[in-house]
Design a protein around this ligand. Structure first.
Ligand SMILES: Nc1ncnc2c1ncn2[C@@H]1O[C@H](COP(=O)(O)OP(=O)(O)OP(=O)(O)O)[C@@H](O)[C@H]1O
Ligand SMILES: [Mg+2]
Ligand SMILES: [Zn+2]
Length: 414
């Protein structure tokens, strides 16, 4: 069943709220994808949720493909675990701490190295059980000093975090590469232009890391790219010259959507998480961790792809495949719309039908704002030519499809 816009919860706004400070946030609010509950805390409405789920499913498929296994870890985590690694103190004010009714200390998870290391320590005793590679999707909370840019730098956000536990350096390296490649597949499948750059490890620590950046002029992060060999580094890491060839850098900007870390034994040592090798000798697990900000990916996709009229979804992330506009309540128009929906859905295409009794101009404007990848118009005028009108959101020109040809044309949209 097609979703009718007349009954769909997508409350659009003519103007963005005054405190929206970046284009993607303005568009997400105007198109009814999100609403703000409090500083850095948002509600996700149905249209936003559909994109969110698409990103999540792409991530899940690619991680399942490399053999990672999905779990869920607690969002509320005990203080004792964070004390073992010293991060209860170290993490600073971004860590939201509180007490339960018995005065026991807890925090709302900003990341989950402590909990997962404790989990593995409990059950994995031998090298024969390794490697163990797990991931979860979960709401994270970081009490950011300056929440801004809508869901791009929020306090509550939805993240995929993954952790690898290995016996040897070599195996840890192999898993790092698998994740690196999975991340490449994920952002490629999302239809985004991105770069993987060498970076500092920050609050998570460890020896080595890469940031995945969605390329956008308004991005918070500076990326340095060697003009000679194409080597990429974050500006904090870049130095004056390319470490690979001595070439000069040119700068671009990006939005960090994913981060891979080689952790080594930082957490397993401090938490005394060890396995026994072939000779019954204990060793700390060699760890890696890998994050993707699902909610930030949605905002970054909009920041990268938009025009003066609204969002331009990539084919892969479009909340519905087709935005169908009918003009007039004419019986023939409605019959044709129902037929189109049936044929589209038979091919697995999803349809949002603007069935509302509103002016054509307004409907077109809203279609541009919502930014679905394909737009189809059926009106008495198009039917007079035995046609309907098709337009891709990212192209200027509409084309007419003969009704007799619609089935074939729909194939091109799948
Ligand atoms: N405040 C936030 N709001 C939304 N997404 C976030 C936020 N902080 C981190 N993320 C997402 O979670 C991913 C993994 O978290 P990680 O700890 O690596 O982030 P980070 O290095 O603190 O990011 P940043 O430098 O942007 O603060 C990031 O790549 C990003 O996509
Ligand atoms: Mg941060
Ligand atoms: Zn170079």
């Amino acid at each position: 069943m097609a979703n009718k816009l007349s009954q769909y919860y997508a409350p659009t706004l003519k103007e963005a709220p005054k405190d929206a400070d970046i284009l993607s946030a303005k568009l997400m609010l105007r198109a009814g994808l999100i609403r703000k509950t409090a500083s850095g805390i948002y509600e996700w409405l149905p249209l936003g949720m559909r994109v969110f789920r698409k990103v999540e499913n792409i991530v899940r498929e690619e991680l399942d493909k490399i053999g990672a296994q999905e779990i869920i870890l607690p969002a509320v985590q005990p203080k004792e675990l964070w004390e073992q690694t010293g991060r209860w103190e170290e993490y600073g004010k971004e860590l939201l701490r509180f007490e339960d009714r018995k005065k026991a200390g807890f925090c709302f998870s900003p990341t989950a190295e402590e909990v997962i290391t404790n989990c593995i320590k409990r059950d994995v005793k031998s090298y024969k059980q390794l490697p163990v590679v797990l991931y979860q999707f979960c709401i994270k909370f970081r009490d950011e000093i300056r929440p801004r840019f809508g869901v791009m730098r929020s306090r509550e956000f939805y993240m995929k975090d993954a952790y690898s536990f290995c016996e040897t350096e070599k195996s840890a390296e192999e898993w790092y590469k698998k994740f690196f490649e999975a991340y490449n597949s994920i952002f490629t499948r999302c239809g985004l232009k991105f770069k993987a750059v060498e970076a500092e490890s920050g609050n998570i620590g460890g020896s080595f890391s890469h940031e995945f950046m969605v390329v956008a002029k308004t991005g918070e992060n500076a990326i340095e790219e060697c003009v000679e060999c194409g080597y990429l580094a974050s500006d904090e890491k870049a130095g004056k010259k390319c470490p690979k060839c001595g070439g000069k850098y040119k700068s671009t900007r990006g939005i960090e959507v994913g981060h891979t870390f080689k952790l080594g034994t930082k957490y397993s040592e401090s938490m005394n998480a060890k396995f026994l090798d072939k000779d019954q000798k204990p060793h700390p697990f060699i760890m890696g961790c890998y994050g993707i900000g699902i909610t930030r990916v949605v905002a970054a996709a909009i920041e990268q792809n938009n025009d003066e009229n609204g969002i331009i979804w990539t084919k892969e992330l479009s909340p519905f495949d087709i935005h169908l506009i009918t003009i007039s309540e004419d019986e023939k128009v409605l019959a044709q719309a129902n037929l189109l929906i049936k044929e589209a859905e038979a091919k697995g295409l999803t349809v949002l039908w603007d069935d509302r009794d509103k002016q054509a101009g307004m409907k077109f404007k809203e279609a541009d704002l919502l930014g679905l990848y394909n737009r189809i118009v059926i009106s008495p005028k198009t039917l007079k030519e035995d046609s309907l009108e098709y337009k891709a959101r990212d192209s200027k020109d509409a084309t007419m499809w003969k009704l007799s040809n619609v089935k074939t044309k729909l194939n091109d949209l799948t």
